[in-house]
Design a protein around this ligand. Sequence first.
Ligand SMILES: Cc1ncc(COP(=O)(O)O)c(C=O)c1O
Length: 399
Amino acid sequence: MKISDVRRDIPFLDEVIYLDAASTTPTPKPVVDAICDYYHHYNSNTGRGAYKTAVKATSEVEKTRSKLAEFINSRTEEIIFTKNTTEAINLVAHGLNFKKGDSLIVPNIEHHSNLVPWLNLKKKGVEIKIIKSDPQGVVDPASIEDAIDQNSKLISITHISNSIGSMQPVEEIGKIAQENDILYLIDAAQSLGHISININKLNADFVAFPGHKGLLGPVGTGFLYGQPEALNELDPLNLGGGTVSDVTEHDFKLTEGPARFEGGTLNISGLIGLGAAVDYIKRIGLDKIEKHGKKLTKMMFVGISEIENSVVYGNPEDIYDMVGFNINGVNCHDVAKILDEQNTICVRSGMHCAIPAMRQIGAYEFGGTVRASIHYYNLKEEIKTLIDTLEEISKFLGS
Ligand SMILES: Cc1ncc(COP(=O)(O)O)c(C=O)c1O
């Protein structure tokens, strides 16, 4: 699919210059159509009714599970639906039986969703070992290895940082986790739908994914990949309807498969939309998405670096589909507001739910960074408008 075809499917992109894909992405028409089709023609619950529309709803949601599995090269029963990446990570943090004295290893560049659930385990007496990234926001696998001791139970790391865009050596860390028999979680919130992901190469026990970011799926969708043995160690977050195979007045038996982690009514329309989103991304082609992303990221990085008073973060060779920056002398939120007011450019500003990461790269004092993040639908002309507008901001307000 050409960029113009995708833009035709997302009318919102004619109204704004949308450079906030790392937060959430706009939803293309075929995804919205799939959602509407459900509401108009088979609006029923899943996994319950025997009537035709309920069976269809169940089958469509299960098709999404299979599509997601195929997309990341896993098995269908390894996919657990969640409402977002955060819930997928919390499912693991709450579901594993951590005990006093266990230790976890987590880098300091994480999104709060991959930090706070682990810090919270301190209440149980779990030790959290925080690993510092290098100044460009990349974690050295050797520093992870050095932190391992006989109490290490889990390593958790982001695939691509949400504030810097830096890719982490997740495969190498996976090997270290495997060699030391430690559970391994990857937060793939910024990589899914941007680069190709092959579960078999990651050596991960758990991978947390959003549906609403790189996949162009609806908000309120996400999923957890769980390696079968690791899933067996996990207690469900929500118990209730759908999670059990038998119940007496005194006890219950959990059902087999993903359903035991998916208590209550699912986000049925969202999941049906997510299936359409996987089809859509495949129609565009991940190779094309990645190539276009690399080109525009480089253009942003170089263009913004050349602006007087600019500070740009990360290593241009190693960041994916976003650039974090500041204009000296201008508060990052003011930069974002002016970009919006001048040219309806939507970027995120502030700490990006990653306060320790902001400290690590020296952006905390600025109140964070401005982050411009892209997807396949973005145009060279939009990046040029961003750079030109930033030049004006720097000229009049920078120091
Ligand atoms: C790296 C990373 N992890 C976790 C999250 C939380 O994602 P969600 O909003 O899907 O829970 C984000 C959101 O931006 C993220 O970028």
